[in-house]
Each structure stands twice: as C-alpha cells, then as structure tokens.
Design a protein around this ligand. Structure first.
Ligand code: MBD
Ligand code: FE
Length: 294
C-alpha cells in the first residue's frame, strides 16, 4: 500500500475526531481509573517538576506570545479531538512502560497504545482471526509456546491479539470495519502451545487530521509506526505482559513515532513449510509468576 493511496482512503473513512473520541471514551470506561494509588506527595513532586521543566524550556528558547498562544490553541484541540490518549501513548507511554517493566523477568513488553478493546471473541487454538473475504495482505501463521522461568510449560495461557488491516485501520476505530476484525482472545492448548492465523499488517500512520497530526506537520516530523501486532499474554498466577511484535526490515523500525520498538520484539516470518499460503512466524513466551522479580 503506497502512502498516497492510504491517505486517499483515510479521507473517506477514518477521521481523527472519531478515533480520538472513541479512544477517550474507552479509556474512561476501562477500569484503569479505579483504585489508583496517587499520593499528594508524589503529585506535588511530579507535577511541580514537570511544570518547572516546561518553564525551563520556555526560558531556554525565549518562547514568544505567538508561540504561547499556538500552544494554548493546540492543547485545547487535543482535547476536542479526543487525542489525549493518542498523544500520551505516542510520546510518553514508552518511558512509563520501560520504568515499570525493569523488575519483571521473561517476555519483553512495550506500550499498549490507544486502540485496545477488551472482551474480543475467545477462540481455541488453532485460531483464525476474523477477516473479510478477499482480505488484503500476506497470510501469517503465528505460533508459539508458553513456559515459566524454570522452563516448564504453562497451562491455560491466553494470547490476546489486535492489529490494523492493510490500510492501517483498527476495527472499532474506523467506520465500516467488522466489529472484531483482527481482534481475538486465543486460548493456548494444554501444553502451552498456540497457533493464530491472520494477515501480516502494513506500516501504520497515526491519524494525520487531528491535533497530533497538526503538531507533526507543524514540526516537519513524520507520522509512521512500523507494521506491528499488539499482544497481551497472561495465564492464571502469572504476570500479564503487554507487547507488540514487529518485522525485520520495516523502514520505520528505526524511527517509530511512538519509540516502542525493541530488538527482542522482532518476528521473523518465513515462507510456510506446511504447503499453506503466505508466511509463518514463531514467538515463544516466558512468563513470570505473580510477585516474581528478576
Ligand atoms: C497505534 O496503532 C499505536 O500502536 C500507537 C502506539 C499509537 C497510535 C496508534
Ligand atoms: Fe497499533
């Protein structure tokens, strides 16, 4: 898919305001706001130093009133476009994820991003994600296993998977896509093995027609993420890992706008050896038990 034909489809299908509004709404309903541990002491330290850091940047660059007012208008637009989840997940979540995963042994994580939807259809392995007839792209057979940190297979493990279509659209964040397109909750077998059949996703551009796109254009940056598959893996008694898998050779692995690529997260698809069409790739998971640290 060329960049210009993706843009053309974007114009009649996805808009930043629709995707942003849905992502904002879903975040509010996600349960992430229940039982939060946020102390007055830490609010004072973190908010105080963040405000000071912004003031320091203003001094360093002698920020003008035009620039200050452009900032004010832009922040207002981030809200009206519903793009706070997008903005934060693209430019800050990678740091938060990094800080909070240092003590967890096993599978490497990365950011969740704004387009996760809970309660996707459950499927036993071998599973095929929902897709349309004549779905564009290269079929991908994705298999793997679950082991604990001592090498024993894990029972009742789950792979939650979601990714964009060949045009870079996520179901439930763009009109006219089947509700659960490329989303599923796949149960591994008794030995901890799974097989998921899907399509290899294409490189992905974050919405360009909202506040985040306006910032990117005004700064002369680009809006691309490498092709990626979002994953959550978990099993009873084990720590959940949220991650994404990428493909070697993608031109945006080196300049992901969301800074979420790590070398441990590369899939290595090869032509299928079982006579099926497309490619196959393997990724094996080691999960840490609850409370287990490195
Ligand atoms: C995505 O699909 C994504 O994964 C991130 C991190 C940000 C915007 C869109
Ligand atoms: Fe994504």
């Amino acid at each position: 898919m060329s960049e210009s034909s993706t843009d053309a489809r974007r114009e009649d299908e996805g808009t930043a305001v629709e995707a942003g509004t849905l992502a904002t709404q879903r975040f509010s309903e996600s349960g992430k706001l229940h039982g939060m541990d946020v102390s007055q002491e830490r609010v004072s330290a973190i908010a105080g130093e963040a405000i000071q850091a912004i003031n320091d940047v203003a001094v360093k660059h002698s920020v003008t009133y035009d620039e200050y007012n452009a900032l004010k208008a832009w922040l207002i637009k981030v809200g009206t476009d519903g793009e706070w989840p997008l903005f934060l997940d693209v430019w800050l979540e990678h740091t938060i994820e990094e800080i909070n995963s240092v003590e967890r042994p096993g599978a490497i994580g990365t950011i969740e991003g704004p387009y996760y939807v809970p309660n996707a259809p459950e499927m036993a392995t071998p599973a095929t994600l929902e897709m349309r007839e004549d779905e564009e792209g290269t079929p991908l057979k994705f298999t793997g296993s679950f082991k604990d940190t001592s090498g024993q297979p894990i029972k009742d493990a789950v792979v939650e998977i979601w990714h964009a279509d060949a045009m870079g659209f996520y179901s439930q964040y763009a009109p006219e896509l089947p509700k659960w397109l490329f989303r599923g909750v796949v149960l591994a077998d008794e030995d901890g093995n799974f097989e998921i059949n899907t399509m290899r996703p294409a490189p992905y551009q974050i919405p360009t027609d909202g506040a985040c796109g306006q910032l990117i254009a005004a700064a002369g940056w680009h809006a691309w993420r490498p092709a990626h598959i979002h994953i959550k893996v978990y099993a009873p008694g084990f720590q959940l890992v949220t991650q994404q898998l990428y493909f070697p050779g993608d031109p945006h692995n080196e300049d992901d706008i969301a800074s979420a690529v790590k070398p441990e997260l590369m899939l290595e698809p090869k032509p299928r050896t079982d006579g099926g069409e497309g490619e196959e790739a393997v990724y094996n998971y080691v999960l840490a038990r609850e409370g287990e640290t490195a």
